[in-house]
Structure formats: structure tokens, C-alpha cells
Design a protein around this ligand. Structure first.
Ligand code: HEC
Ligand code: HEC
Length: 288
């Protein structure tokens, strides 16, 4: 069972190559010119060494937060409704550029988000992932779990100036595909390139102690329809940059869109609050 942040991705994927550098550094999904109030240019993403976690109660909170991110199944069990961990998507426990890193977030929240139609706190953003990506329920304010996740993100964010983003925040936005994303082409590619780990029916692979070694992409134990990953544009950006694990960067943008169109459309838990999203009418075309 994985309880620390560093090793797992690396051991399964010794040859992850640096993905292509493309133009947009800041994901449209997270921060648009019209809504983003940040004035300073982004800074490189540098995660602090694990040895800099202090001793004592603060260190214990940071460690709890890191454990929740890496192994949500165990350390935030009561709040998780599927088989995922935060680090299933926030790779290397939130240290990986263009996989929605957690580094640098403490100083950029509260911020405006069009999905909410208002300014939201980092706590609210964390709970968005609990209720959508994790198909679970919100951590109570002041709970040891919420304090832990906030402490971990604050520790990861040390050195990033307040009001400044890291390079690689969010996902690297892909250009719109030349051809409409095609689920049939996506299915063929999925079988060739993804099914070996995520399973022919997207169910993932369960290992020791009933924990997923490879997380599910659809079905009852996956993210729900309200999750960012359920949107074709976001799923394609993540997949193009980070999958297949160990061969990241090998898919064309078109292939990533086709595969994303396929797996996001498969059956998954329904998010009950979807009707309240984008209340100001900025609902993206690929929202479920
Ligand atoms: C299924 C994939 C997935 C899982 C699992 C997941 N997230 Fe996320 N997370 C995302 C995506 C996608 C985004 C941003 C995309 C969007 O919604 O626009 C995001 C964004 C975030 C952000 C804001 C990042 C930013 O730059 O503003 C935080 C904080 C966050 N997640 C925390 C968590 C925590 C804590 C967990 C575990 C309890 C978690 N996430 C689990 C996919 C996931
Ligand atoms: C070598 C095994 C492997 C292959 C091949 C692979 N993945 Fe993954 N994938 C993983 C692992 C492992 C994670 C979770 C990250 C972690 O635990 O470090 C993951 C995470 C994901 C996630 C986010 C978590 C979730 O369950 O939603 C998505 C989406 C995803 N992969 C899509 C794909 C797609 C699409 C392909 C094919 C193009 C693919 N993967 C190929 C191993 C693999």
C-alpha cells in the first residue's frame, strides 16, 4: 500500500519522458484572461524536499495531508465514494506539472471560478474534488482531514509568492482537434493503448488489500459526471501529457481527444448538483 508520495509512479514508469512543450502555460480550464486577477508571471514548479517537513504537530498535519492525497482510500475513507486517490490524477501527490499540481495553490485562492459563478476558497476547491472526482462528500471545515490537506498544500506552496501561479498549473491546453473527437476511433485506441492497465471495461486493476493498482476510468468506482475529468477537453489534456503511463507524450492531440471522447462517455456515477454549475451561463460545451 502506498503511503508516501514519491515512489510509485516512478517505479512503474521508469522512462516517463518529458512531454512536448507547447504554448499555453496556464490552462484555460482554470484561469481565463477575463477572470484571472493574477498580475505576476508564473514561477517554476519546485516542490520542497520531504526532509523539510517540520517535526511536531504541524509536521503531523502535513504528513496526514500527504497521506490523504496519496492514499485517500485509507486516510479519508469516510469521505470517498469511489476507488480513486487524489494522486490518481494529481500525480506524484500533486508535484507534477500539467497534472493539476497542488504546488503554489495556497497563494492563489480565493479565486473566481466560472463553474461556481463566484469566488471560492481553497477549502471549497478541495471539496469540489471530494464530491466530484472522488464521488464522495465534503470534508468538514476544521476536521483533521481538511486541516491536513490545507497544511500539505501550504507546505508544498512555500516559496511561491502570494498571487503567483507555478508553471504547469492545471493542464496544458490542447488545440481544438482538427476532426470531431470520435468515440469509435477512441475505443480502438483505448483497447490498444490503455486497456492493458485500466482494463477492457475501464474497471481498473485491484491489487493487494483491495486497493487499485491501476485506477478505474469508468463504472461505479470512478469519478462522477460532475468531475473535471469527465469533460473531453480536460481528459484529453491530461491523457496527452501523462498517459499511457511510461509512454507519456506519444499520443497525438487527435488521438487523445478520440480516447477521451470514448472513456468520458462511458457509464459512471451521476453528479446530482450538476444543474447548479455555471450559474452565470458560461457552461462549456463538453460539460456533462
Ligand atoms: C479523477 C481525477 C481527479 C481526482 C481523483 C482528484 N482530482 Fe483534484 N482536480 C482534478 C481536475 C481535472 C482538476 C481541475 C480541472 C477543473 O475542474 O477545471 C482538479 C483540481 C483540483 C484543485 C485545484 C487546482 C488548481 O490549480 O486550482 C485542487 C486543490 C484539487 N483538485 C484537490 C484534489 C484533492 C484534495 C483530491 C483528493 C481528495 C483530488 N483533487 C482528487 C482531477 C482530480
Ligand atoms: C502502464 C499502465 C498504464 C497505462 C498503459 C495507462 N495508464 Fe492511465 N493511469 C495509470 C496509473 C497507475 C494511474 C494513476 C496514477 C498513479 O497512481 O500514479 C493512471 C491514471 C489515469 C487517469 C486518472 C485516474 C482515473 O482513474 O481516472 C486517467 C484518466 C488515465 N490514467 C487514462 C489513461 C488512458 C486514456 C490511457 C491510454 C492512452 C492510459 N491511462 C494508459 C496507469 C496506466
Amino acid at each position: 500500500m502506498r503511503e508516501t508520495a514519491t515512489s510509485a509512479t516512478d517505479s512503474r514508469a521508469p522512462s516517463i519522458r518529458h512531454v512536448r512543450r507547447r504554448s499555453a502555460l496556464i490552462s484555460l480550464a482554470l484561469c481565463c484572461a477575463s477572470t484571472c486577477a493574477l498580475a505576476t508571471p508564473p514561477v517554476p514548479l519546485v516542490a520542497p524536499p520531504a526532509s523539510s517537513i517540520p517535526a511536531g504537530p504541524l509536521g503531523a498535519a502535513i504528513n496526514l495531508g500527504q497521506s490523504i492525497v496519496v492514499n485517500s482510500q485509507r486516510f479519508a475513507k469516510a469521505y470517498v465514494g469511489n476507488g480513486l486517490n487524489c494522486a490518481s490524477c494529481h500525480l506524484d501527490a500533486g508535484r507534477t506539472p500539467y497534472a493539476a499540481p497542488l504546488v503554489g495553490l495556497t497563494g492563489v485562492f480565493p479565486e473566481y471560478r466560472s463553474r461556481r459563478g463566484g469566488v471560492e476558497s481553497l477549502e471549497q476547491r478541495i471539496n469540489d474534488c471530494f464530491v466530484r472526482s472522488m464521488n464522495g462528500r465534503a470534508l468538514p471545515t476544521g476536521s483533521a482531514e481538511m486541516i491536513g490537506v490545507l497544511a500539505y498544500i501550504a507546505w508544498l506552496s512555500q516559496g511561491v509568492p502570494v498571487g503567483t501561479e507555478v508553471i504547469g498549473r492545471g493542464f496544458r491546453e490542447l488545440a481544438p482537434p482538427a476532426q470531431r473527437p470520435d468515440q469509435a476511433r477512441g475505443k480502438t485506441l483505448y483497447v490498444q493503448k490503455c486497456a492493458v492497465c485500466h482494463g477492457a471495461t475501464g474497471q481498473g486493476l485491484v491489487g493487494a488489500a483491495n486497493a487499485f493498482v491501476f485506477p478505474p476510468l469508468w463504472g461505479a468506482r470512478s469519478f462522477n459526471t460532475g468531475a473535471g475529468m469527465a469533460r473531453v477537453s480536460i481528459a484529453a489534456a491530461f491523457v496527452q501529457a501523462k498517459m499511457p503511463l511510461g509512454n507519456a507524450g506519444t499520443l497525438t492531440d487527435q488521438e487523445a481527444h478520440d480516447i477521451a471522447a470514448y472513456f468520458t462517455a462511458q457509464p459512471r456515477p451521476r453528479f446530482a448538483g450538476a444543474a447548479g454549475d455555471w450559474p452565470k451561463g458560461e457552461r462549456p460545451a463538453d460539460a456533462r
